[in-house]
Design a protein around this ligand. Structure first.
Ligand SMILES: Nc1ncnc2c1ncn2[C@@H]1O[C@H](COP(=O)(O)OP(=O)(O)OP(=O)(O)O)[C@@H](O)[C@H]1O
Ligand SMILES: [Mg+2]
Length: 1002
């Protein structure tokens, strides 16, 4: 029932925005503020970014774009990251409009692709943009649903490519989960697409309550009930009210820690050991939730086997969540949706147990399951018939399967290498499924108690609600040829500079750039303060600064020359030389016992300096012989006037050592003997007393003036600068020193700023630089020639696989020519398949005949490319995986599902179907790449390439490599088939059954 106020508001709407009013009339609920704001912006001709929580109703905004396009006689493409979502959206839109108005393009499906509204996967749109598809004409709006996929490492680049390459006239509607940097993302969209309104709404339409289940009790995670607010404002929704952690829960944690510390091992005889809460028993958890009216629930268990085990446990425990009528309804749906699967396959697929669980309202949901089974679970869950689902976290991505309650078993998960803690972002994503709009008044998140759990940590996860959206964009080989073909190399590079990745990298230097800007401002201020009415003080300061620098250089050069001279003087000392130690603690006279500098050692203190100048230590003979250990160390060993034996260092000689006289050291002299030391010291004193200490034998120490003679240019420049300084008009200014202080600060800041600018430059253009390296590799292999994309390059442009370049190279070298369809499937699977598990070291099973040599060649090609990548500082191409070759071969040759699965024990039905589909995808790309490029006349710019399978190959042509191991040499008995035809035949063979196994998806 509408109130008069509602009716008046509707009237006003019709007046101000009739299109929006007409659109709103299609819904039986009133729009939220964020929906109205986003639709309003779209209607006003802007693009929009909407970031709002899961289940808040973002789709409405996408649907308004469809509505506007149709009203304006333009087209709208609605893209989603997942085929299943595209199918869902297609069905929704066909229901609203009709099947002539709406089309679907997902790679698996091509229905009415020329319709004004086409639902498609984002990849399909990207490919259309590169091929310049005619379908793009008249395009007015593009909806990018789940645009946060942009962060996906494998596929994220596609979203950026689409956003960058869409024609300017297209309005983009980007729908995203809540991310913490929505404004940043919006700013980028605004920069590349122009006029983009950013609409962020963090409010969850269905409030979320957080709990911890310990034993049989469900504790609230937070205590604040929000009923009293300080300012009398309405209470915050519960998900924002993170006052304090429930003290009862803290006591549970304390008790747990106490029991762990105080009661290890066995209890004393007769005593009862206090018990920690045991890990929750899954059937109990579900019963507890059922009793509390909290079903349907999804329990997130981070392993497929764990999900299956959870169902088995519930069944073993006799749990039943449905009425007999519901069980019948469930069975009918399950039978209907699996009707196309051959009965013998159903046995292999565990249909019986699956149905048993379903009938009781209990099911697993994970990627290891047959897609058809998974989809039935989704459908029944949405209908409220399946009431307890155990799922892996993949469910949180993209599939619309909201629940009343989400249970999280553990707060860490195995990520393939280690147990990693759940991040706040992941926690938000998982619990985001709780609370169905229009059905539940509130949603619930339940974390199961684990021994040692810290409630504070859970609270931390639960209150940090968003995570940042980070670009995972990088140029790929395929992108490089497509972009170059489309826009030329220079423009391509410039386009990449406008990626979100570069935008974020630039953001990373924003702090630095801001500092640079601030420094420049400060420098301007300083420049003002040092203004002098007598003349150009900056110039004066520069002269002064250069002078100081030169003087510093000169003094440094003097010091180092002096050090070098001191070292040289020391190296010239001989045993018996009487020297004056010029400074330091040992200043005074001394007699050299051992010069101490070892031959070949660096001069001076043995660190740095020039290598020894050939000076040799007298080995015995000429001087007293000491134990070798006493010779270690670089300085001379001397006897001081005070009769101490000391080793001097070069540092003791700021000026060169001065030899004043010489005495003979008795051969029997031992530094350890006090008597010998006393005698020698006396001889030294006597010697000096009897001679003129400053007589002609002493070497004059080198004075500074000598060094100035050694550096005439330097001193000349210095005098010149001094002269310039004196003559400068500012020299006579009474404020000179005051100005000079400012100038000093100015130059220091200038130096700092230059260093900052160098850092900024290092981080700039990272994407364009990677693109250059990618192009270098492509140029080297002949896919690009300057701005021209060669024939081989055009073929690469149609291969979108992660191993794009390897696939192109295998085609170019003809490695897969002459194979049968099943053999080709086996070989190509090495590029499309990637095992979930690490290599178990077992050699992969391969069919006899040509597959094995073709795969060896494929691997050899990969390692050549890998090396080329390394040389160019790139690492895009992972190693091919032979783990699916046997299954692909057998399946293509018609083996039964049961057999294929039995021969590949690590492969679940879900993995098998997905791997077959991925293989079909790549075979399809290969078929279209080879037929498209061979159908064209040879590229006039390119000389015919003998190894190019696109060129008609003459078997007698001597240019063809006559490698006996080359599978190309052998021809099929039925005559050679083109590679494209073989690929298509392989696809037909592989498709068998796969349609039935994935009921809704295909
Ligand atoms: N203003 C509204 N009032 C009531 N219900 C609404 C409103 N807007 C949308 N809904 C309903 O809320 C449900 C969830 O909407 P929707 O699928 O658009 O969410 P979403 O924001 O796209 O979530 P996700 O992030 O999971 O894709 C739908 O059933 C939709 O009909
Ligand atoms: Mg959505």
């Amino acid at each position: 029932m509408t109130t008069p106020a509602d009716r008046y508001a509707a009237f006003r709407d019709r007046q101000s925005d009739p299109e929006l009013a007409a659109f709103r009339a299609l819904y039986d609920f009133a729009f939220d503020g964020f929906q109205l704001a986003a639709c309003g912006a779209l209607g006003a001709g802007q693009g929009v970014l909407v970031a709002a929580p899961t289940g808040s109703g973002k789709t409405v905004v996408g649907e308004y774009a469809v509505h506007l396009a149709l009203a304006q006689g333009r087209k709208c493409f609605y893209t989603t990251p997942i085929k299943a979502l595209s199918n869902q959206k297609y069905a929704d839109l066909v229901r609203r409009y009709d099947s002539r108005t709406v089309g679907l393009l997902t790679g698996d499906n091509a229905i009415n692709g020329d319709a004004p509204v086409v639902v498609m996967t984002t990849e399909v749109l990207r490919n259309m943009l590169y091929t310049g598809s005619l379908a793009l004409s008249g395009l007015g709006y593009v909806v990018l649903d789940e645009v946060h996929y942009l962060a996906d490492r494998a596929r994220g680049a596609v979203w950026e490519e689409v956003i960058i390459h869409l024609p300017e006239s297209v309005r983009v509607v980007a729908l995203s989960a809540t991310v913490s940097n929505a404004e940043e993302f919006g700013e980028w969209l605004d920069q590349v697409r122009g006029g983009t309104a950013v609409i962020v709404d963090e409010h969850r339409p269905v409030p979320l309550w957080q709990h911890v289940l310990a034993g049989h009790r469900l504790y609230d995670l937070f205590t604040d009930d929000g009923s009293v607010t300080p300012g009398g404002q309405p209470p915050e929704p519960p998900e924002r009210r993170h006052g304090s952690v429930n003290p009862e829960l803290l006591r549970v944690a304390q008790r747990d820690t106490w029991i762990e510390r105080k009661a290890p091992g066995r209890p004393a005889r007769g005593a009862r050991r206090p018990r920690r809460f045991p890990p929750a028993y899954r059937p109990d958890v579900i019963s507890r939730l059922d009793n509390g009216g909290l079903l349907p629930a999804i329990t997130f268990i981070f392993s497929r086997a764990g999900c299956d085990a959870a169902v088995a446990q519930c069944l073993d425990a006799g749990l039943r969540l449905t009425t007999p009528e519901e069980a019948e309804a469930i069975q009918r749906t399950a039978e209907l949706r699996t009707a196309d699967i051959p009965p013998e396959d159903l046995d292999v697929l565990g249909y019986g147990e699956w149905l048993d669980g379903l009938r009781r309202g209990i099911a697993a949901h994970h990627a290891g399951m047959l897609p058809a089974f998974k989809e039935v679970v989704e459908e029944l869950f949405a209908a409220g018939l399946v009431r307890a689902a155990s799922a892996t976290e993949t469910l949180a991505l993209g599939i619309n399967m909201p629940a009343r309650t989400v249970v999280i078993e553990k707060l860490d998960k195995w990520n393939g290498e280690t147990h990693a803690n759940l991040t706040a972002g992941e926690y938000t994503q998982l619990t985001g499924r709780a609370g169905r709009r229009g059905i539940d008044v509130e949603g619930h998140a339940v974390v199961l108690w684990q021994p040692g759990m810290d409630p504070g940590a859970v609270a931390g996860l639960a209150s940090t609600r968003t995570y940042p959206l980070n670009s995972s964009f990088r140029p790929s080989y395929n992108m490089a040829v497509n972009l170059t073909g489309w826009a030329g190399r220079a423009r391509a590079s410039a386009l990449l500079e406008s990626s979100f990745a570069q935008f974020q990298a630039d953001r990373g230097v924003v702090g630095l750039t801001r500092q640079v800007r601030k420094n420049h401002q400060a420098m301007d201020e300083l420049a003002k303060s040092m203004t002098c009415d007598q003349g150009d003080f900056t110039e004066y300061a520069r002269i002064r600064r250069t002078l100081t620098e030169r003087e510093g250089d000169l003094s440094r050069s003097r010091a180092s020359s002096r050090r070098a001279e001191a070292a040289r003087s020391l190296s010239q000392l001989r045993p018996g030389d009487i020297i004056r130690v010029p400074g330091g603690r040992r200043a005074g006279l001394a007699v050299v016992l051992q010069p101490g500098l070892h031959p070949g050692r660096a001069e001076g203190n043995g660190r740095g300096g020039r290598p020894g100048n050939g000076h040799k230590v007298p080995a015995g003979g000429g001087g007293p012989s000491f134990a070798p250990a006493e010779f270690s160390g670089p300085g001379p060993l001397v006897l001081t006037e005070g009769r101490q034996v000391k080793r001097l260092a070069v540092a003791d000689f700021p000026v060169p050592a001065e030899v004043i006289d010489k005495i003979r050291i008795p051969g029997s002299f031992s530094p350890r003997s006090p008597q010998h030391r006393r005698d020698l010291a006396t001889s030294m004193r006597n010697r000096l007393a009897s001679s003129d200490a400053d007589g002609g034998r002493s070497r004059r120490p080198t004075r500074a003036a000598d060094w100035e003679r050694n550096a005439p240019e330097m001193t000349g420049e210095i005098s010149d600068l001094r002269r310039q300084l004196r003559r400068h008009p500012c020299h006579g200014c009474p404020d000179r020193e005051n100005h000079a202080r400012y100038a000093e600060r100015y130059f220091r800041l200038a130096r700092e700023t230059e260093a900052l600018e160098r850092r900024v430059a290092g981080r700039s253009h990272v994407i364009a630089r990677t693109f250059d390296r990618v192009c270098r590799v492509l140029e080297r292999l002949g896919y690009l020639s300057g701005d021209t994309v060669t024939l081989d390059g055009r073929r690469l442009g149609r291969l979108y696989s992660e191993l794009d370049l390897l696939a192109a190279e295998c085609l170019r070298r003809g490695l897969w020519e002459g194979l049968t369809p099943a053999e080709l499937a086996a070989c190509v699977s090495a590029l499309s398949f990637e095992s979930r598990q690490a290599d178990d070291g077992q050699p992969p099973r391969l069919p006899n005949g040509r597959v094995s040599p073709a795969l060896s060649e494929t691997l050899r090609t990969w390692s050549e490319l890998d090396q080329l990548e390394k040389d160019n500082n790139l690492s895009f191409l992972r190693e091919p995986d032979l783990g699916f070759a046997w299954a692909a071969y057998r399946w293509a040759r018609g083996a039964k599902l049961e057999k294929v699965l039995a021969e590949a024990p690590t492969l679940t039905p879900g993995d098998f179907v997905r791997s077959v589909k991925q293989l079909i995808d790549l075979l399809d790309q290969i078929a279209s790449a080879t037929s498209a490029t061979s159908a064209q006349p040879a590229d006039p710019v390119q000389p015919a390439d003998p190894a190019d399978p696109a060129q008609p190959a003459d078997p007698a042509d001597p240019a063809q490599p006559a490698d006996p191991a080359d599978p190309m040499g052998s021809t099929d008995p039925g005559g050679p088939m083109s590679l494209a035809a073989t690929a298509r035949a392989a696809i037909d063979a592989m498709r068998r059954g796969v349609v039935a196994y994935s009921a809704v998806t295909d």
